[in-house]
Design a protein around this ligand. Structure first.
Ligand code: SF4
Length: 546
């Protein structure tokens, strides 16, 4: 971590104190190189002839050392030595940089710390070696007074940062961020932009990919079995293979209804950090399995503290509700067949009222009123050319069970949103069950319901409108039984595709100005909420589409 802290104090803090980690091409390759070093750890010590005598040259690999006095532990790639004189050797996957001291400061400090640990064990250690695998060069680094003083200073700085409990600020427009594996977690430019209230700052750089290269796997074939075959998940009906998906391309696995899954598959998903979610065959979200909980207990502590504070709850709740009404209004403005002057004006007023609400109960009232106005106009966004939709009578939301096709679609879309949010919040280290607007109730992912408010119209409702207006879902895709309307398996499968397409679509971020998929937006919003709860940014920037 000393290497990371020297590279960027915030990076060291994120990894060491907050337990964050993310792989990049660099970290994966670095791990692979180190594994090769570790694998050769069992080689015997070399014997070399020197004149008459045979001297033993020590070659010890993957040597773990620690010092309570210095507060340091290290795993040294290789220790070479002769008698009491030893040299730590550190492997770097890169090529040798052509810089004055032979290596960059983080590498020098890391190596010197290893040398200090060896000295503390009673060895003579005057220099170390960095072996640059990329260019196959050994560079010898002398542990002079200047480097030792720098190393001790970095150790002291890191200790002070840990004790302070305050995350160091992001670097300013640093090229280091471009190569940083934690850039999507740290959000350096976004945090600086929001802290400064954007005054005079350039828009954040697009430092991480706009879209994920992994996607959810939905399994809804009744009685299907999920099995692992090497690097692939196979979906089987008896012995017949229905489909396969590469594990490396899956972001989460969603099981609808009575799908079977084996313990080895669950273990593998936990090991890889791929969440497994369970839904009823109709799409009702039951819960999920995730690997170990996120290590950032400090974040959850801040969340719990904020949730105890009624005024903080109200501030956040206002943001969620205002953003939701604003997004509903935008959806109507963009998609309704008629100009809707009066409802749009009323919803604008609702946004103002939500901003003034002085209790959660009052806010609930404003939200309910605005939702009624919105859903009264909802059918004007639908092109119901299908003559088989005569039963469609959309006079507002009805649920548990939905009594018309549109409400059946909306219920499924909202259940998928709740599931998505529960998984995202858990992944970033927040507790999905403790909300600010939605109050805790047994089994209810209250924070997921909070965060999904602003996305109900732009993801859930929008997917429903698209599915109907494009003819992807027709009246034939529904079953009516005892007054309850539900989707057929085929209709549900097609709607899930529409929904996932919406989640993958890229938009221009309304605040940061770069291209980003909605799937990524969710993660950014969850992390920004975390930054707000931990006091790094003054407000939670709710997502309001233009
Ligand atoms: S993204 Fe930049 S500021 Fe953030 S941890 Fe990495 S190097 Fe530091």
């Amino acid at each position: 971590m000393l290497n990371e802290f020297t590279y960027c104090p915030r990076l060291g803090y994120l990894e060491w104190v907050q337990g964050e980690f993310a792989d990049s091409a660099d970290t994966v390759e670095g791990r692979y190189r180190h594994r090769r070093v570790d694998q050769s750890a069992k080689r015997p010590a070399k014997k070399e002839s020197e004149g008459e005598e045979e001297k033993v040259v020590l070659h010890a690999r993957s040597v773990s050392l620690s010092s309570e006095r210095m507060g340091l532990t290290a795993k040294i790639d290789l220790v070479e030595g002769e008698g009491a004189r030893v040299t730590p050797v550190d492997y770097k996957k890169s090529k040798r940089p052509h810089v004055a001291r032979g290596a960059w400061e983080p590498e020098l400090v890391q190596l010197c710390a290893q040398g200090l640990l060896l000295r503390e064990q009673g060895y003579e250690c005057a220099e170390g070696v960095i072996y640059f695998v990329g260019s196959r060069e050994r560079v010898t680094i002398a542990f002079d007074d200047e480097l030792i003083a720098l190393t001790l200073e970095r150790i002291a700085q890191m200790r002070r940062a840990v004790v302070s409990g305050e995350i160091p600020p992001p670097l300013e427009e640093s090229p280091k961020c471009v190569r940083c594996s934690l850039v999507g977690i740290c959000l350096p430019d976004e945090v600086r932009f929001l802290r400064a209230n954007a005054a005079g700052l350039p828009e954040p750089r697009p430092l991480f990919p706009a879209s994920d290269d992994t996607l959810p796997l939905h399994v809804q074939h009744p009685g299907a079995k999920v099995a692992k075959r090497g690097e692939v998940l196979a979906i089987l009906d008896g012995d017949a293979l229905l489909t396969e998906a590469r594990l490396g391309e899956i972001s989460q696995v969603a099981l609808f209804g009575g799908v079977h899954i084996s313990t080895p598959v669950v273990q593998e998903l936990c090991r890889r950090g791929i969440p497994l979610t369970y839904l009823s065959s109709g799409g009702w979200f039951y819960g999920f399995t995730h690997g170990m909980n996120h290590k950032n207990i400090d974040l959850r502590r801040h969340q719990f503290r904020a949730a105890e504070d009624r005024s903080r709850c109200l501030l956040l709740a206002r943001r969620f509700v205002q953003a939701k009404i604003a997004n509903c209004r935008t959806l109507l403005r963009r998609n309704h067949e008629l100009p809707l002057d009066q409802p749009l004006q009323q919803m604008k007023w609702d946004i103002e009222q939500a901003g003034k609400a002085d209790s959660l109960e009052q806010l609930l009232g404003v939200e309910g009123m605005s939702a009624r106005r919105y859903f009264e106009c909802f059918d004007g966004m639908l092109k119901l050319a299908d003559p088989l939709f005569p039963e469609f009578d959309f006079n507002g939301r009805n649920r548990r069970p939905p009594r018309d096709p549109i409400n059946a679609l909306l219920s499924l879309a909202y259940a998928m949103l709740a599931r998505e949010w529960a998984v995202v919040l858990q992944t970033v280290g927040l507790d999905p069950y403790l909300g600010f607007y939605h109050q805790p109730r047994y089994g209810r992912p209250a924070l997921a319901l909070d965060l999904m408010e602003e996305f109900r119209p732009i993801i859930g409702d929008s997917a429903v409108i698209t599915a109907i207006n494009n003819g992807e879902i027709t009246a034939n895709d529904f079953i009516k039984q005892m007054g309850a309307v539900s989707l057929t398996a085929e209709g549900r499968s097609r709607f899930i595709q529409t929904y996932e397409r919406r989640m993958s679509s890229e938009i221009t971020h309304p605040v940061f100005g770069y291209r980003i998929s909605y799937r990524r937006v969710f993660e950014v919003q969850a992390r920004l909420l975390g930054r707000h709860l931990m006091g790094e940014i003054p407000d939670y920037p709710a997502f309001v589409t233009r």
